[in-house]
Design a binder for this molecule. Sequence first.
Ligand SMILES: Cc1ncc(C[n+]2csc(CCOP(=O)(O)OP(=O)(O)O)c2C)c(N)n1
Length: 572
Amino acid sequence: MSRDASTDGTMTGACALWAALVAEGVDVVFGYPGGAIMPAYDALPGYPIRHVLCRHEQNAAHMADGYARASGRVGVAIATSGPGATNLVTGIATAMLDSSPIVCITGQVPSTLIGSDAFQETDITGVTLPITKHNYLVTRAEDIAPTIREAFHVAKSGRPGPVVVDITKDAQVGRCAPDDGAPVRLPGYRPCHRPGAMELDEAARLIDAAERPLVFCGHGVVKAEATALLRELVDKGDLPVACTLLGLGGFPASDPRHLGMMGMHGEAWVNEAVQRADLLIALGMRFDDRVTGNLASYARNAKKIHVELDPAEVGKNVAADVAIVGDVKDVLLGLVPRVAWKKRAAWRGEIAALRDDSEAHDVQRLPDDGRLLAAHVMADLHRLTEGAALIVTDVGQHQMWEAQYYRHESPRSLITSGGLGTMGFALPAAIGARFARPGDEIWVIAGDGGCQMSAAELSTCMQEGVKVHIAVINNGYLGMVRQWQDFFYEKRYVATPIVSPDFVKLAEAHGLRARRVTERGGIEDAVRFAREAPGTCLVEFRVTQEDTVYPMVPAGNDLADMIRRPRTKGAS
Ligand SMILES: Cc1ncc(C[n+]2csc(CCOP(=O)(O)OP(=O)(O)O)c2C)c(N)n1
């Protein structure tokens, strides 16, 4: 029952807030209370919304983000003013760079105190201006519901992104009439572009004429739910497909035309193919520097078709011969019928030769000498889950090995912080994903460094009864940074050896099951153990310490100048 006892037909701003969230279909929010948001919290029990108490507001934003990425819906995080709000910042920036639709609601000091450096006052709309799609300061109860409606519209329409709604305490306790549900009107905000027939014709002409075309499957393919249409395009043109990190799963890894990941830690043959291609068909991706390396030498022989929802991305890094602004699904609906059936055996053969050569010495042979490598864990996890799990990774070497060895078949089967590369992301994002996909098997893969950044959320798993499986890849180092020190700082390992708590005891202290694995033979049993655990289970994999992710394009280098696995050490 609502705590809003009024009989005059009005309601408090706090009630208007929850009613507006219910109207948006919200059934779970992730948050942490405090003084300036207390009226809102006090009203929450009257509404059918579950609140998940995080242990740090950054993680509330990551949970909302994980929920959004797993479901395609908008995730919601709640925090108080001042430190609560500023703690959200990394989570908001993470969502911004990966175009994830979240709405963060923050309490603000009473409007009469704004600007007075009141207790726990921070100008959070000012702070988050460059890392949100949009933000709002709400000072009147009657503005709360329309603002929430607008915030959801902005967060999910066009290129999705984070929106902050900062609500003063007096607005929360003030009274207003129930919301009239008026449709959102935002003159000037026109996020949907219809692809033009001329661009589509020109793109189809380029595709038909190309001898060595490559399709790039980016995050936009996953977000637009365009995977079936992508398959049709690939079928017609016999087109090889390379994925960005966030595009993995947008095209099934088991398809023979799937090449793998491109870029800094992409497969060598993919990067070589990019440099040889005569046409790039880039779908829903933004030519990040981790993808292109040195722009001056990037794909010089290729014409480029760039399909992107956000006009600001087109031509930003790489000039497009044909730019098509629009949702990938809409564009493919128009493009596929225009493209001719064509076989490209010579080009497919050329790539296969590159692949054979590279696989012979670049791809890590997984040794059978008892040593446990992180890649073993990824490969075995893929085999044991039959590629059907939702994997949420943290950031570092393990993230790249996951991308290389866990073969993603379906969209939204990988959640990872790509654009910002936020350590500590995985566990909270997985908790959020759990609420979006209650029936799915969810694995967190985190390093010993990143795991410690959000280990406090083990408490949340315990309190909320959340079931995720956590694989901690413990190599005793901040491995990815150590790898850079290996290559570029003459092995001076400054600040990268990291001592960890006993992860098994840490999990057990939270009432969770846990186990340690030190040999390859232990992986299968541990996966079974985790799956059978009633709640969250942590498995610590003690892996070989100084291992390297190959290949590697040094930052800013030409894509062709990859550091390859040393040939003499082909066995490890
Ligand atoms: C919040 C944050 N701080 C610092 C970094 C820089 N960074 C990138 S990878 C990495 C090391 C990660 O170490 P670990 O979590 O142990 O994973 P590993 O690389 O060993 O698999 C660091 C420090 C980052 N990405 N995010």
